[in-house]
Design a protein around this ligand. Structure first.
Ligand code: DQQ
Length: 468
């Protein structure tokens, strides 16, 4: 019911998860339970659209894309170690007992809570915190966001941290019973000038035949990175570092879990790109990304949207094929219009130096968002510099390097009012937020600059609300 009052809000997404109202940030405790149900917990302030008195909101899904609200799972206990907030953490299956391992503040510490078999209510462990403070002698820049996994000799926990004057790092702990933890050593350390002073929200998991990945959201970078390499003697020997998302401004604090099919599924928080004042006025802030799958493709870290998103498809709007776009041309696609769409386009660059799709475009192009390929830079880009005539919202262009090996560019784009997510060649994700001001900023078109481009095919679908 609470969601109904936002129906006419032109910026509020209709098929991405977000709570009924007010503030949401990081995804927490992602898990697919034994009965197949997916659980999504999240950092939540149900009172007003700003981060304060943070609780764990909770929603469930059978298919990763349609959600049902559940009661708040964790709330601060007055006088307890989480009295100032239940911050980020994870969920694990401890031999049939759903167990949440989370951050209590202040000071930052690790707490645990166990749930009933339906994961409806959670009891906090009476001896919380289970990790009270940083290891002796360590001057840390933060100490939060536990992520836990099992190895043959017990449980391992990685905590986001940093050493003053040196840089971000992930601290590794070991336990036999999830309640008594021993600090081992850093799982991995960064240099402040390269990867920031504090690593928030670490996630650690094996990928492919013999690689491991640490995903973290470093401060002050403000966007997540992956560190990939070999895992030896409980240390990550980093071979490659890269961005998890092509845009460096919205997608943040992702969490990754392995579902029952063995897939690595990731959700992230899509931050607003408008002022706190505008968020207050709107009455809500923060959106969850679509579920993404992480894998190795030809040895490279790859992100794509999960196939379940096809369940969101409504009416098919258009199919185009074999169309030549002349140099320096723009082609409006008739009948493909809207604020909630899925578009899949395959381009074959011939001579075009810059080509792609314009979305949320007003009739005369006063507002538009461009997603395309820059052949000179050999990079895909998302350009939100002209997405809105409102000067107070974010305006930028983001790039991610991409060699068009098979000479094909596939743009898989999701538009959901202020949210745009694009998946390029099934391996690079871009997430952004746009706030067009004009009511006619609904158009979709194709552009090619500096030479011709071939559109091999395009299909588009309407997407309706998941809350009806
Ligand atoms: N958000 C949480 C912290 C985490 C940060 C607080 C990342 O636990 O480090 O809401 O966005």
């Amino acid at each position: 019911m609470e969601r109904k009052k936002f129906e006419a809000d032109p910026h509020r997404p209709i098929y991405h998860f977000l709570p009924p109202a007010n503030w949401m940030n990081d995804p927490n405790g992602l898990i697919q339970w034994e009965d197949g149900i997916y659980h999504l917990f999240f950092q939540y302030n149900p009172d007003f659209p700003q981060p304060a008195n943070i609780r764990w909101g909770h929603a469930v899904s059978k298919d990763l894309v349609h959600w049902q609200d559940y009661p708040i799972a964790l709330a601060p206990t007055p006088g307890g170690p989480d009295k100032d907030g239940c911050w980020t953490g994870c969920a694990i299956n401890d031999n049939g007992t759903p167990t949440l391992i989370y951050t209590g503040v202040f000071p930052e510490c690790v707490c645990i809570a166990t749930g009933d078999e339906k994961l409806l209510t959670f009891q906090k462990y009476e001896k919380n915190p289970v990790i009270a403070k940083p290891p002796e002698g360590m001057e840390v820049t933060g100490f939060r966001d536990p992520y836990v996994w099992r190895e043959p000799d017990g449980w391992y926990l990685v905590l986001g941290s940093g050493i003053k004057g040196k840089g971000g790092l992930a601290l590794l702990y070991h336990s036999k019973d999830l309640r008594n933890w021993d600090y081992l050593h850093p799982l991995c350390e960064g240099k402040e000038e390269e990867t920031g002073f504090m690593w928030e929200c670490p996630n650690f998991f094996p990928i492919g035949d013999d690689k491991y990945v640490l995903i973290t959201s470093p401060l002050p970078l403000g966007y997540p990175i992956y560190l990939m390499g070999k895992y030896k003697e409980h240390r990550l020997l980093v071979e490659k570092i890269g961005k998890v998302d092509g845009c460096e401004h919205s997608f943040y604090a992702p969490q990754i879990f392995r579902d029952r099919k063995g897939r690595l599924i990731m959700f992230g928080w899509l931050r607003e790109m408008r002022s706190a004042e505008a968020q207050k006025e709107a009455g809500w802030s923060g959106v969850m990304s679509l579920p993404r799958q992480i894998s190795l493709k030809e040895g490279e870290f790859a992100v794509d949207v999960v196939p379940e998103v096809e369940k969101l498809r409504g009416k098919r709007l258009k199919i185009l094929s074999n169309l030549e776009l002349k140099g320096d041309s723009f082609l409006q696609i008739e009948n493909v219009k809207g604020e909630a769409l899925e578009i899949i386009a395959h381009f074959r660059p011939i001579e075009g130096k810059s080509f792609g799709i314009a979305v949320r475009r007003s009739e005369k192009g006063e507002e538009e968002t461009l997603i395309g390929y820059d052949a000179n830079k050999k990079a895909v880009f998302v350009d939100i510099s002209r997405s809105s005539l409102d000067d107070s919202v974010g305006k930028t262009i983001c790039f991610a390097n991409l060699e068009l090996k098979a000479n094909i560019l596939i743009l898989h784009i999701f538009i959901d009012r202020s949210v745009i997510e694009a998946f390029i060649n099934n391996k690079i994700a871009f997430s952004t937020r746009v706030y067009p001001t004009r009511r006619d900023s609904l158009g979709v078109g194709l552009f090619s600059k500096g030479g011709k481009t071939e559109l091999e095919k395009l299909e588009a679908y309407e997407i309706g609300s998941i809350w009806k």
